[in-house]
Design a binder for this molecule. Structure first.
Ligand code: FES
Length: 102
C-alpha cells in the first residue's frame, strides 16, 4: 500500500501495489482526463509526481515516447495510466487538468 496525495485538491487515499496511478486516482473519485483509457497514446493523463517517484514503476519506452510529444513535460512528468504503484513509498501527484496532453 502507498498513500497517495493529490494536488491541488489535497485529497489523500491508499492505493494497492500494482494499481496504475490513473486507476487509483479514478477510484478515489478524482476527475481526471484519460481519453485513450490507459493505452499510452493520448497523453491526457499527464501528471507531475512531486514526491515518491521511486515508489512508481520505471518509465517504459511507450510512455517515454508519448511524453516526448507532450508540451510542458518536465523531470517530474509521468503518464498516470502507465505508472504503477509499487507500494514502497508514499506519492504526491499534481493533476494538470486541461492545460496538458495532446
Ligand atoms: S490515458 Fe491516454 S496516455 Fe494515459
Amino acid at each position: 500500500m502507498s498513500m497517495i496525495t493529490i494536488m491541488p485538491s489535497g485529497k489523500t487515499f491508499e492505493a494497492a501495489e500494482g494499481m496504475s496511478l490513473l486507476a487509483a486516482i479514478l477510484a478515489a473519485d478524482e476527475a481526471m482526463n484519460h481519453k485513450c483509457n490507459g493505452n499510452a497514446s493520448c497523453g491526457t493523463c499527464h501528471v507531475f509526481v512531486h514526491e515518491g517517484r521511486k515508489g512508481l514503476s520505471r518509465i517504459a519506452r511507450e510512455e517515454n515516447e508519448k511524453l516526448d510529444m507532450i508540451v510542458g513535460v518536465g523531470s517530474k512528468s509521468r503518464l498516470a495510466c502507465q505508472a504503477k504503484v509499487l507500494g514502497t513509498e508514499d506519492i504526491k501527484v499534481e493533476l494538470l487538468g486541461f492545460g496538458s496532453g495532446l
